[in-house]
Ligand binder design. Structure first.
Ligand code: URA
Length: 443
């Protein structure tokens, strides 16, 4: 077998067998296949696609490229969740404590932000003292005692994905269904949970822009899970605007705390509760969504979900008391209030009243990245304190004097550049317009 022949085979649209896919994944992980050949191979996959069998073989080869986490020492059914990535998506910080306070063990390995999308690990590191890298033994112990631990992926968990993802990121080969499905499912399979609930995002801020593509991605991941003997459900949710009010690391922690205290924004709560309900059903704690929803509402209302968040933060070395008043964590040197007039001017919109019709949500994510809240290169150090708080959502009426959002920054030039991107991201309409559904489908 040689790499050149396999690149040509895929480039010409032929189907690769299991051994051929393993040869590529193994060779690239070990460094015997160089970046330039792997880049060509990925581009061939991007244009020619992979069938279901090839995608499953790719996933398995990537899952087996490193260690598999052994969660057998954790009692009970371990249910994991994963989002395909979005803007303002802090649901793991909400769902984890809810599940743990209901007795479902959550042993979660999370990632950092990618491009315009945020990552749970960066968000958690915005809590003073919080450690996202603890030993495997401490991780397992914490899940057994507290019920929840969230850590960064260990270096040897699906290392093939780490290397392949870094290459996809710089070769315009991220948004391919087979490659995304294999990337996510290889990590999830290696991370050892019994059941997995996937949040597949669709819209302008997601990798999948169209509902049909999101459904295809969801179906692909569910069938890979089945073949691997895991119970997988996918929930397709809207990413045509940021999820919730806050974007940016510490701001998203603050919003997650609000949600756990029962003061969450409606659409964010709807996604978080839907995911939590499906996880409860998978764990055998609830028979149906109604029962599950009652349980979720109960632990939010009686304060036990927020108490669990504090216990979890404390167990990982974080300052749990700081969560009592997050405004002390959210401090930047500069801020700018975006008004309706700013949006009207950017869109040359000459009416007294407008409605937020749509937004390029990737651009909103990029505005947060430009503020310093995300990485332009892998080496960038992010500013955990910056971000955006939204006062308005799609479908809302806007007048010139209304406050639409506030941008927070520590650098005036970045604030100016981000504000420009933010105001240009929105489209206004003269006529009232409806809101997008928040949950499209459960697969
Ligand atoms: N998230 C992942 O982990 N991998 C992808 O390819 C896309 C989103």
């Amino acid at each position: 077998m040689n790499t050149y022949d396999l690149i040509m085979k895929k480039r010409n649209g032929a189907v690769l067998d299991k051994d051929e896919i393993e040869y590529i994944v193994d060779g690239f992980t070990k460094g015997t296949i160089p970046d330039y050949q792997m880049s060509a191979f990925l581009m061939a996959v991007y244009f020619q696609g992979m069938n279901a069998e090839e995608t499953t073989n790719l996933t398995m080869a990537m899952a087996d490229s490193g260690d598999r986490l052994d969660l057998s020492k954790i009692n009970g059914c371990k249910v994991d969740k994963h989002s395909t990535g979005g803007v303002g998506d802090k649901t793991s910080l909400i769902v984890g404590p809810i599940l743990a306070s209901l007795g479902v063990p959550v042993a979660k390995m999370s990632g950092r932000g990618l491009g315009h999308t945020g990552g749970t690990i960066d968000k958690l590191e915005a809590i003073p003292g919080f450690s996202t890298s603890i030993s495997e033994e401490a991780f397992i112990n914490q899940v057994n005692t507290v019920g929840l631990s969230i850590v960064g992926q260990t270096a040897n968990l699906a290392p093939a994905d780490k290397k392949i993802y870094a290459l996809r990121d710089v070769t315009a080969t991220v948004d391919n269904i087979s490659l995304i499905a294999a990337s996510i499912m290889s990590k999830k399979l290696a991370a050892g949970a019994d059941a997995i609930v996937l949040d597949v995002k669709v819209g302008t801020g997601a990798f999948m822009k169209e509902l049909e593509d999101a459904k295809a991605l969801a179906n692909t991941m569910v069938s890979i899970g089945k073949l691997a003997g895991r119970d997988v459900t996918a929930v397709i949710t809207d990413m045509n605007e940021p999820l919730g009010n806050n974007i940016g690391n510490v701001l998203e922690v603050a919003e997650a705390v609000d949600c756990l205290k029962g003061k969450g924004e409606e659409r964010l709560m709807a996604v978080s509760k839907t995911l939590a309900c499906h996880m409860l059903i998978k764990a055998g704690k609830a028979n149906n969504e109604n029962d599950a929803l009652e349980m979720v509402n109960r632990v939010i209302d009686d304060g036990s979900a927020f108490a669990k968040m504090k216990e979890f933060v404390n167990a990982q070395g974080g300052d749990a008391d700081a969560l009592e008043d997050c405004s002390k964590l959210c401090v930047t040197k500069y801020s700018y209030k975006v008004t309706g007039k700013d949006l009207f001017d950017a869109a040359s919109f000459n009416e007294d009243v407008g409605y937020l019709k749509s937004c390029d949500n990737q651009e909103v994510g990029m505005a947060s990245l430009v503020l310093g809240g995300g990485r332009q290169t892998k080496e960038d150090v992010i500013d955990l304190s910056v971000g955006i708080i939204l006062n308005k959502h799609l479908g809302d009426e806007i007048k010139a004097e209304d406050e639409v959002a506030t941008l927070y920054a520590n650098d005036e030039d970045k604030l100016k550049a981000a504000t420009q991107r933010f105001v240009n991201a929105y489209v206004l309409d003269k006529e009232p317009c409806g809101k997008n559904p928040i949950v499209y489908e459960v697969i």
